[in-house]
Design a protein around this ligand. Structure first.
Ligand SMILES: Cc1cc2ncn([C@H]3O[C@H](COP(=O)(O)O)[C@@H](O)[C@H]3O)c2cc1C
Ligand SMILES: O=C(O)c1cccnc1
Length: 344
């Protein structure tokens, strides 16, 4: 599958920087808001960017290993139950999207439950959950490709509604384990440093999770990015990978959530480096491996609130900051128009 992601052009950098520096404030005084404004302006190739129909897509999928309960404190059944909660408006992500007027879409990427065409649910089911990677690859390679393609198609459909700003979240009990394995596979950081508490393991629970995942990691012979993705899985992670790639190809502003979303981005980045040009890192998750992924990408996140939930909640909560960055660029007066002395 080919994605044609063009790197950001430098052509308007000087004019945008000039516009930012002409605003009625000391040079650089809006800090990271200035960096974000410049990035979105470059993505949209205009000095007056806008955020149109912001949308957050939650991909849900189940994990074979989660049935055993060795790496996850909550049972696998919670994934499907949370999907119903999303559809009924009762989850954290519903609250934050409602607060910030973000359109929310829920996708069944591979939950171990038959939703029987539940109203509002996008059916992209690859399979009723992945296999347990303790016994071999979580999914077949063709399932990995199919998930990437479906993620891309879902983004294309949303883009056609006029959306130019999209974030991705996930739901999948056990997926901090897949994310840790993918992190180790794509960054080279030792697996023990990638594993964290997930939804709240005790220190002995974390030690067991590390031991189990270290064994899985050692037993994996995958070499290509797609093989690694298929081995460690997550249909929701694979679909998010395709979603990141298509969103960047379509020059959308891409909102990156926490640890799981960033693990999908590691896969996308291994397939196409330029994807990072379109990404804004919305928060630093409390899951311990996340800040190391941010370091690997050499990126700073907007918020650091100790949130460790997933679902896209970090992206949705930080969204008003992104709006502030676009807002000042479009709305503030310049020294010249406001007739304010500017010695700089
Ligand atoms: C009620 C509930 C709601 C959630 N929403 C997101 N997650 C988050 O926790 C899960 C990953 O953590 P682990 O690997 O420890 O299972 C994912 O579903 C993730 O989205 C939730 C988890 C629970 C229990
Ligand atoms: O940061 C995340 O994405 C995260 C952290 C813990 C549990 N679920 C998701």
């Amino acid at each position: 599958m080919q994605f044609n992601i063009t790197p950001l052009s430098d052509s308007i950098v000087q004019s945008i920087k000039h516009k930012i520096d002409s605003k009625t404030k000391p040079l650089g005084a809006l800090g990271m808001l200035e960096t974000i404004a410049l990035k979105v302006a470059r993505i949209q190739e205009t000095d007056s960017p806008s955020l149109k129909n912001p949308t957050l897509v939650v991909f849900a999928g189940d994990h074979g290993i989660a049935k055993e309960g060795q790496v996850n404190p909550y049972p696998q059944s919670v994934t499907a139950q949370m999907v119903y909660n999303f559809l009924e408006g009762g989850a954290a992500i519903n609250s934050f999207c409602k607060q910030n007027s973000i359109d929310l879409k829920i996708v069944d990427a591979g939950v171990n439950h038959n939703f029987k065409n539940a109203p509002g649910l996008i059916d992209a089911k690859i399979e009723y959950g992945t296999r347990n990677y303790q016994q071999g690859p979580a999914m077949q390679l063709d399932q990995g490709y199919a998930a990437i393609a479906k993620g891309a198609t879902i983004v294309s459909t949303i883009y056609k509604t006029g959306c130019n700003c999209i974030g991705f979240g996930e739901m999948g009990i056990g997926n901090t384990s897949s994310a840790a394995l993918l992190m180790a596979a794509f960054t080279g950081i030792p697996i023990k440093d990638c594993v964290g508490a997930g939804t709240g393991l005790s220190s002995s629970g974390i030690a067991q999770k590390k031991e189990i995942l270290a064994r899985v990691f050692k037993g994996c012979t995958a070499t290509s990015p797609i093989e690694k993705l298929a081995y460690f899985g997550g249909f929701e992670i694979a679909m998010m990978t395709g979603a990141f790639l298509r969103a960047a190809e379509l020059k959308m502003t891409v909102l990156v959530d926490g640890f799981i979303a960033s693990s999908a981005l590691l896969v996308a980045h291994a397939l196409h480096k330029n994807v990072l040009d379109y990404c804004i890192f919305m928060h630093n998750s409390g899951e311990q491996g996340h800040h190391k992924i941010l370091e690997y990408f050499r990126q700073n996140a907007i918020l650091d609130l100790g949130m460790r939930l997933g679902e896209g909640t970090g992206a949705a909560v930080a969204f008003p900051i992104l709006q502030s960055a676009i807002g000042f660029l479009n709305d503030m007066a310049s020294f010249e128009t406001a007739q304010i002395d500017n010695p700089m």
